[in-house]
Design a protein around this ligand. Structure first.
Ligand SMILES: [Fe+2]
Length: 301
């Protein structure tokens, strides 16, 4: 096995992997090396991985069960390209493969990806890894930025760590979209149940690495048992802390890059590009997490 990982930042957050072709079957030692690299770096970048949807799904399954795309859940089939349900279409293309227009509903919804978030944090069992494959990239812009939520947690002062240690937050897709002007009613009566908030711990502990991380996301709309404005201000302050430069790696995409990130220990956001004129076609697979982050009692409360 010739896989090697070079850290991309001084702190060791994010790593660039070489010496492996992910489009062919892997042996258990290679899968383990990638998992270990994820535990260490939180984000791994691979270049020159010429995936099809089939080979991307096959590779992704080494790391767990695939989630169904949430975009597919909240939109009609006629509004999207006919991809497999496990493939999230992170592109600016409509069902016919044309650029989405300025007022296209799904384009406007997707702008929410420019808020710092953790994928699928609005699910009771939130995502483990996301794997994003760059099939077509725009001429300029469209970077993805990642924030190291373990380093951000470590850098908090002791008093604040104690204060937030056992807090529980409420996450919903409706909260992140509310920040860019959508109303819950915009999603139609048939989707309201999918917008019901779920609860997660604000501080997560990973027994594999022995490290804690801040579990933040634009999908958070409340801290349980706190007045809403106070909870939202705490989340905003923690988010501003966590996305300071020293915690962030900005990825400038090349075609056929694959980037894997751990949603339990990182946040990310997309950056703008000229999406009305330039194609950006990325495909995401998402690995389901192992379980809920709060007790069943807290979840149901
Ligand atoms: Fe995302």
């Amino acid at each position: 096995m010739s896989l090697s990982i070079r850290p991309l930042t001084e702190s060791g957050f994010a790593g660039e992997v070489s010496g492996i072709d992910l489009t062919r079957p892997l042996d258990p030692a290679e899968v383990r090396a990638i998992d270990d690299g994820m535990d260490r770096h939180g984000v791994l970048v691979f270049h020159g991985q010429r995936f099809t949807d089939e080979t991307q799904m096959a590779f992704s399954r080494y790391f767990g069960e695939l989630e169904l795309s949430s975009g597919a859940e909240l939109s009609k089939a006629s509004e999207r390209r006919p991809l497999q349900r496990e493939m999230a279409d992170i592109s600016n293309l409509d069902a016919a493969g044309r650029l989405r227009t300025a007022t296209d509903r799904l384009r406007l919804t997707a702008l929410g990806n420019r808020l710092w978030h953790s994928d699928a944090s609005f699910r009771a069992i939130p995502a483990k890894y996301s794997l994003l494959s760059a099939r077509i990239i725009p001429g300029e812009g469209g970077n993805t930025e990642f924030a190291d939520m373990r380093a951000a947690y470590d850098a908090l002062d002791g008093e604040l760590k104690t204060e937030i240690a056992d807090l529980v937050t409420e996450h919903s897709n409706a909260y992140s979209r509310e920040q860019i002007g959508f109303l819950k009613s915009d999603y139609g009566a048939e989707n309201q149940a999918k917008l019901k908030p779920v609860r997660h711990r604000l501080v997560r502990f990973d027994p594999r690495t022995g490290r804690k991380s801040l579990y933040l996301s634009a999908h958070i709309g409340a801290v349980v048992d706190w007045p809403v404005p106070e909870g939202r201000m705490l989340i905003r302050e923690l988010t501003e802390h966590a996305v300071q430069r020293q915690f962030v790696y900005a990825h400038a995409w090349k075609q056929w890059d694959l980037v894997i990130w751990d949603n339990r220990t990182t946040m990310h956001r997309a950056r703008r590009y000229d999406d009305l004129h330039d194609v950006r076609d990325m495909r995401r697979t998402t690995i389901r997490g192992a379980g809920v982050t709060v007790s069943q009692e807290q979840q149901a409360a």
